[in-house]
Design a protein. Structure first.
Length: 184
């Protein structure tokens, strides 16, 4: 698969029973300043000001151009209400794809993060991981004080793996299981 095909595979719009996941885009900017100004952003490099939030959005959109995969905006199917983002990143030198999720306060407690992350992970196993420079699978970096994200990771079947050193040292690495068809 050539890079342009990987970008096309990574930029797919995904749907679940309740959600539409579309590639992160500049149109998402109106949701970012308030989120990143709030304490809710403390586990994803916040709180931060408008300019830093702008650069964070630009960074994630740019990641998709550089790697061929990135983040999706999560919206409800019934009405298109913006809920947050879920996606994949791969830091330079990191042997894993990192699956992460960040939802607005109003979207918590409804299992949207688990539903969206499961869809992205399934898409990644089928369409991205076989062609990405990430031979060791998918992980999530979760701050030890972030109980809601730990619960999402557990529901996805991930477990902490102390043998891996995160590129953000204040986080723990949670390794996701390979899909059944990849297990021999």
């Amino acid at each position: 698969m050539i890079a342009s095909e990987l970008i096309e595979a990574g930029a797919a719009t995904l749907r679940t029973e309740r959600l539409r996941l579309r590639p992160l885009a500049a149109q998402d900017w109106p949701h970012w300043p308030d989120f990143y100004a709030s304490d809710r952003s403390r586990f994803v490099a916040g709180p931060m000001g408008r300019q830093e939030a702008w650069f964070k959005l630009a960074q994630l959109i740019g990641h998709a151009s550089m790697r061929g995969f990135g983040h999706w905006s999560v919206e409800t199917l019934d009405g298109g209400t913006y809920l947050g983002r879920v996606g994949l990143e791969q830091a330079e030198g990191w042997e894993y794809l990192e699956l992460g999720w960040t939802l607005l306060e109003s979207a918590t407690g409804k299992c949207y993060a688990t539903e969206a992350a499961a869809a992205v992970r399934a898409h990644a196993f089928a369409n991205i991981l076989p062609f990405a420079e990430a031979p060791d699978g998918i992980c999530s970096l979760v701050h030890p004080d972030n109980a809601p994200s730990q619960a999402v990771a557990r529901r996805l079947g991930a477990a902490p793996d102390a043998s891996l050193t995160p590129h953000f040292p204040e986080h723990e690495v949670w390794r996701h299981p390979l899909p059944a068809e990849a297990v021999s």
